[in-house]
Design a protein. Structure first.
Length: 270
């Protein structure tokens, strides 16, 4: 496998001041695919003490690499020991859903943040380029924070983008204009609404992100995996043995959809 691209984004390394840990580090590599569809050039890597932080890094960096390299599919490889590795290949959304279906990695996926769609940053730029009302002389305590929340179906992470702080009247005008701009620039696929956060001086412009077919299918697989596990756990191992075998076979097919190599989760993320 090729070495890390020196010009790629560098991972946020864990604090060197943290107390030493005797746990084996989990190495995560995000790579594009070679001509055979296997993990090829590694664009970024990181080493982590917990599956949660490893998953958070993998989800955010898979999205970043796919966007920068303009590819749909990437590989995320998790290595804990020479004989203990897991390789996920798919869209960033497929990788996120696969990790979310693994108990040890799930928390990291849910705490991750993805970049907002391009039309959100463009819309914010349009309206912040010419402030509605000048800020000099305004008491900072009277300002209202306006943010954009780009939501995705569970378990895909959302995106939070800070738009700015404004005096109360200007904040409501700005948030309404921004919501209309986001709706327009999304081509009408994402209708934005303005919400007030109770007890906080904050307005949230919230809109759903359009999910493409591959990611929608990944979300459906994730949902089915959780259902199958619950159903299998409720079965009697003797009386329902035949049913359990069928459900387990379906579960394995779904779990292996993005996995180039399959290792037991309990061993891979101990």
């Amino acid at each position: 496998m090729d070495t890390t691209d020196p010009h790629s984004l560098q991972p946020a390394a864990e604090s060197p001041s943290a107390a030493p840990s005797t746990r084996t580090l989990i190495e995560v590599e995000i790579s594009t695919l070679d001509q055979h569809g296997d993990p090829g050039f590694v664009h970024t890597r990181g080493h982590f003490h917990s599956p949660s932080t490893a998953a958070r890094f993998a989800v955010s960096q898979a999205e970043t690499v796919a966007d920068l390299r303009q590819v749909d599919t990437v590989a995320a490889t998790f290595t804990q020991t020479v004989d203990d590795s897991l390789c996920l290949i798919g869209t960033p959304g497929e990788i996120a859903c696969a990790l979310a279906s693994m108990p040890a990695y799930a928390a990291g996926v849910r705490s991750a943040e993805l970049p907002p769609p391009g039309y959100v940053t463009t819309a914010i730029g349009v309206w912040t380029a010419t402030p509605i009302e000048p800020l000099p002389g305004v008491d900072p305590a009277d300002l209202i924070d306006v943010t954009v929340r780009s939501t995705r179906p569970d378990p895909l992470p959302d995106s939070t983008t800070v738009a700015g702080d404004f005096p109360a009247r200007s904040a409501h005008i700005f948030a309404g204009a921004l919501a209309r701009e986001i709706t327009m620039r999304s081509g009408g696929h994402s209708e934005a609404t303005v919400k007030t956060v109770p007890g906080q001086r904050r307005l949230v412009v919230e809109h759903p992100v359009e999910v493409y077919d591959a990611d929608a299918a990944a979300v459906a697989r994730y949902t089915r995996i959780t259902q199958l596990r619950a159903n299998i756990a409720a079965l009697d191992p003797v009386a329902d043995a035949e049913c359990a075998v069928g459900l387990t076979a379906e579960l394995h097919v779904l779990e292996s959809h993005t996995r180039r190599s399959f290792d037991d989760e309990s061993g891979a993320v101990a």
